[in-house]
Design a protein around this ligand. Structure first.
Ligand code: GTP
Length: 374
C-alpha cells in the first residue's frame, strides 16, 4: 500500500515553536511527530510513502532521508507554491504508474501529517474494500462538533453530506474528519494538480452530492490533531501516561510507567521534583530544589535551582534561571528566562543567538532573547 503524507503546511498555530522546527519534527516523547505517524503506517503494511512538502521544510528530508532507518521507502515531492491537499495529492498520484506501465489502479492512503493516532489502518483499508468505497475517511467523535467539518452518516457508515462548523443543535453527528483517507485510484483524474485546492472543500462534498460511495470509518482509537501548543503538550503527557500505543515510544526511559518520561541522557539533580505527567527530552539539566510538573522539555533545556515549571513547554536550548516561576507558558528555542522571573500564559519567541536557519526566524524585529520580570 502506498501513502501520501501531507506535511507542507505553515504550522502557524504552533508558533513560536515552529519558527525553528517544522511541525512534522516537533518532539513527542523524544521522537519527531512524523516518526510516530510513519511507524504506525508501517505497522499496517504501508511500505512506500511520499511526503508532500513545500520547499521550506527541507529539515524533514535531513531527519528521515530515504526512510531506511525506519524501514520505509520515503520520497519527497515539493510544491513551488502550496497547492493545498487536492493539488498536492493530484500532482503526486498522477505521476504514479502501475507495474505494467499503465495508469495507477490501486487504492492508496492520504494522511494529514499532524495527526497522532493508533488508528487500525489495516481494518480501515479492509472496510474500504468491503464497501466498494470510492473514498473512506477516518472519523473521530468529539463532544462539541461546532468548530469542525461534521459528517452526515447512516447506520451502514455511508457519508451523505459534510456540514462545516454547524451549530451544536444542528450537527448531524458528532463525528469529524480525522485526517486519514483511503482514495480509490479513479479519484486521481478528478483532482486539479496545478492550482491550490482542498479536497475537504471540493472533491469530498462533490462526491457525496454525486451519490458516490463515500464511507466513514469510526474506531475509538486515540486521536489528536497536534495543531497548537496545548495539543502538543497534551499528546506528550498522554503518551507518557501510556494512553497511546506508539511503536516510537522509548519504553526503556526512566519512570515511563509512572507517567514521567525522562531521556536517559538528562540529569535530574537530587532534590529536584518531577511531577507526573511530565516529559523531559535529551541532555536536559533540572537543578536541585526545582519542580517540573505537567510540562514538556525538549532537548538541552536547563531548569535552574528552586525554579518552578508548570503546564509549560520549553523548546530546545531554553534556559530557566534560578527561582523563576513559569505557568501555562510556551518558550521557544534558546530563549533565556531570567532568575526569579514570573511568567503566566506567555509565549516567548526564539532567541536570536543559537539561530540556525534564518528562513525560519520571526519576520518581525525585536525578538526577545530574554524575558520575564523578576
Ligand atoms: P496551521 O498553519 O497552524 O493551520 O497549520 P498547517 O497548515 O500546517 O495545518 P493544517 O491543519 O491546515 O493542515 C493539515 C495537514 O496538511 C498538515 O500536516 C499540513 O502540513 C498539511 N498541509 C496544509 N496545507 C498544505 C499544502 O498546501 N501542501 C501540502 N503538501 N501540505 C499541506
Amino acid at each position: 500500500m502506498r501513502a501520501i503524507v501531507l506535511v507542507g503546511g505553515e504550522g502557524t498555530r504552533l508558533r513560536p515553536l515552529t519558527w525553528r522546527t517544522p511541525k512534522a519534527l516537533v518532539p513527542i516523547l523524544g521522537r519527531p511527530l512524523l516518526e510516530h505517524l510513519l511507524l504506525n503506517l508501517k505497522q499496517h503494511g504501508v511500505t512506500s510513502v511520499t511526503l508532500a512538502m513545500t520547499a521550506r521544510n527541507e529539515a524533514i528530508r535531513g531527519a528521515f532521508g530515504d526512510g531506511q532507518t525506519l524501514g520505509i521507502d520515503l520520497d519527497y515531492a515539493y510544491e513551488d507554491t502550496p497547492l493545498g491537499s487536492g493539488g498536492a495529492i493530484g500532482s503526486i498520484a498522477s505521476t504514479w504508474r502501475a507495474a505494467d506501465g499503465g495508469p495507477w489502479a490501486e487504492p492508496f492512503l492520504v494522511v494529514n501529517g499532524d495527526v497522532i493516532s493508533d488508528l487500525d489502518v489495516s481494518a480501515m483499508i479492509a472496510n474500504h474494500r468491503a464497501k466498494h468505497a470510492v473514498l473512506s475517511l477516518s472519523l473521530h467523535e468529539v463532544e462539541d462538533p461546532s468548530p469542525f467539518g461534521v459528517v452526515d452518516i447512516d447506520a451502514d457508515g455511508r457519508i451523505h453530506r459534510f456540514v462545516e462548523k454547524p451549530k451544536a443543535e444542528e450537527a448531524p453527528s458528532r463525528l469529524i474528519n480525522a485526517g486519514t483517507w483511503v482514495f480509490d485510484a479513479r479519484l486521481i483524474g478528478m483532482l486539479d494538480p496545478t492550482t491550490f485546492n482542498r479536497v475537504e472543500d471540493g472533491l469530498f462534498p462533490r462526491l457525496c452530492a454525486d451519490g458516490e460511495p463515500v464511507y466513514g470509518f469510526h474506531q475509538s482509537a486515540y486521536w489528536a490533531d497536534v495543531g497548537n501548543p496545548d495539543a502538543l503538550l497534551r499528546v506528550n503527557l498522554d503518551m507518557a501516561r501510556g494512553a497511546v500505543a506508539s511503536p516510537a515510544a522509548r519504553a526503556g526511559a526512566a519512570g515511563y510507567e509512572q507517567g514521567i518520561y525522562v531521556d536517559e541522557t538528562s540529569t535530574i539533580e537530587d532534590g529536584a521534583n518531577i511531577e507526573a505527567p511530565s516529559v523531559i527530552g535529551a541532555d536536559c539539566v533540572v537543578r536541585a530544589g526545582s519542580t517540573v510538573s505537567g510540562s514538556l522539555l525538549w532537548d538541552g533545556v536547563t531548569v535552574g535551582a528552586a525554579a518552578e515549571v508548570r503546564d509549560t513547554i520549553l523548546a530546545t536550548g531554553v534556559s530557566v534561571g534560578d527561582g523563576a516561576r513559569l505557568e501555562r507558558s510556551v518558550v521557544a528555542h534558546h530563549a533565556t528566562i531570567q532568575p526569579n522571573a514570573s511568567l503566566q500564559g506567555e509565549r516567548i519567541d526564539p532567541a536570536e543567538a543559537g539561530q540556525t536557519d534564518p528562513s525560519q526566524a520571526p519576520a518581525r524585529s525585536g525578538t526577545p532573547s530574554s524575558s520575564g520580570t523578576p
